[in-house]
Design a protein around this ligand. Sequence first.
Ligand SMILES: [Ca+2]
Length: 331
Amino acid sequence: MNRITMGRSLAVACLLPAAILVVLEACSSTDAGAGADGLPGNEADTSDGRGARDAASGKGERPGNDGGTTSPANDAAPGDSGTDAAPSHERRFLCINGAGVDGAGGRDSGGNPWFEELCNGLGKGLVQACQGSTCYATFAFETVSNPSRNALIAALDTNHDGRVTPADTPFDLVLLGYSWGGTNVRDLANWMTTDEHFDAERRAVSRMIAIDPYRPGATMDIPANVGQFVEYRHSVAPSGDCSLITLGSVVVSGPYLGLTPRCKAPTVCTDYDYSLGGKTFFPGAFTPGKGYIGSAVDHCGVVNVAASAIKPLLAGTTFSPLPPTVPVATY
Ligand SMILES: [Ca+2]
């Protein structure tokens, strides 16, 4: 399996309106805090170590979380909820990353390297994003075209007749998305509900995992063909949030806070909010011994802490500490 090089400096691994990409590329040069390994925030226990931006603190607004901490209905959700594969099913994973700044739109500009690393570690069943002979663990965020859709069909159409039907190998599909890619995987699941390539029996998504899903103007309404939805987000930007872009004292963009999800009744949904975690220390999956307290989790570091929880989730084991949950509304 090919791996992307982690040596690039992460700027803002998130979503960025195209119009400001150029501006943000310029901003990214100030990101001296990214270490030689290119991973953001790996010094932090209370701060992210990504280097200072001219970020004003506390600009984030809570997206409709009324201070709730847990939802009894959701408490039991994130473990193994019975959506695991029957023995004959194959688990398939597909990941879509956020919109990066570094490189301003090139494939390697991409998103958050920790998210690439998370998906690269999912093992058998990963639907890779291949360009020629080079493959990535994550698809780049999608705007106009949707290469993940053709790749998904190709991966699930095991008898190669062009459609995904009961004649193909049964699968449990797990979709993972970060930032802009979080909204993309939601769109991918929604597309599966009506696309003619899928028979009715094969439109289900076993599990969707979104880390700080966000793109301008989007909502995070989860379609009913998703069996389990788990979101890991931050709802309050800490000082120096990597997604808060300023020029001087002017806020150009961000901060990008995870969208509040809503679910249909059949979907088992859990909405984890690290910002509600206060002083609780959350370990980083990619920074051994280091992590963030809840209030210091930002749009880049949320991938690091969420990955610590996602790996056990997918393995069907427990993990602690998990951040507080927010009740999920239905629509
Ligand atoms: Ca087929």
